[in-house]
Design a binder for this molecule. Structure first.
Ligand code: SF4
Length: 223
């Protein structure tokens, strides 16, 4: 998979995310879709995307291990944004507690495979992603656009920090997962997420203590 950063001549770190979304809509039109775990970043991105004219699909991978609060947040967003098509992908895996033995394999079966299969079916040209640089050290070099096959990635929020996102979410009365306010700054599956401690990156509560930092959705071949 080849991957390059595209640098728009008039963009900089202060470019508003909505301008990046508008560019992506003009370039990819209906071949732009969004994936989301409905974290703070994702909820803000959904609102901005709708404001920019996005009316497409939002894919969520239901691993079977999400917090009830996450599913409730999805449902609240579905109600608040009827112009979008929210699609929950089921991992169709038995409750085998594989996360206790092999988190990479568990994520691969429960997250990566369902999304890869759906992307193969839909064949979008680009994915809207809510990742930002301040979420973790592994994301600090992210840029607005990653050109890649089969899908490029558009990261409008890459330069926004948590404080700015929180402010936006409150100002626009967006439904934020209540666990966020209890310190779950990045929320994945229940067995693999803990609250973040003071001074930690927002993703430090994901697979804490295992050395794992990404589920593979954004790093797998074909994504
Ligand atoms: S985050 Fe944990 S429970 Fe969820 S798919 Fe990955 S290893 Fe499995």
């Amino acid at each position: 998979m080849s991957q390059n950063t595209y640098v728009h001549p008039s963009w900089n770190k202060d470019t508003h995310p909505q301008a990046v979304i508008a560019w992506a809509l003009a370039k990819y039109d209906s071949e732009l879709i969004m994936t989301s775990g409905f974290n703070l970043n994702g909820v803000v991105l959904i609102d901005m995307a709708v404001n920019a004219g996005f009316r497409g699909k939002v894919l969520f991978v239901d691993t079977g291990y999400h917090f009830r609060e996450t599913l409730d947040t999805r449902d609240a967003l579905t109600e608040q944004f009827p112009e979008l098509e929210f699609i929950s992908l089921s991992a169709n895996q038995a409750d085998d507690a594989m996360y206790l033995e092999d988190t990479d394999k568990c994520c691969y079966l429960r997250k990566v495979i369902p999304l890869q299969e759906k992307l193969k079916e839909l064949a979008p040209k680009a994915l809207l992603s809510a990742r930002s640089q301040d979420q973790s050290d592994t994301r600090k070099d992210l840029r607005f656009i990653e050109l890649a096959e089969p899908q490029s990635k558009v990261n409008p929020l890459v330069y926004w920090n948590r404080e700015r996102l929180e402010h936006y979410a409150k100002e626009h009365k967006l439904p934020i997962n209540p666990l966020y306010w209890d310190g779950f700054l990045s929320i994945g599956c229940g067995p693999c997420t803990r609250a973040v401690r003071p001074g930690e990156h927002s993703r430090a509560g994901r697979w804490a203590g295992t050395g794992k930092t990404e589920c593979g959705l954004w790093t797998s071949k074909g994504l």
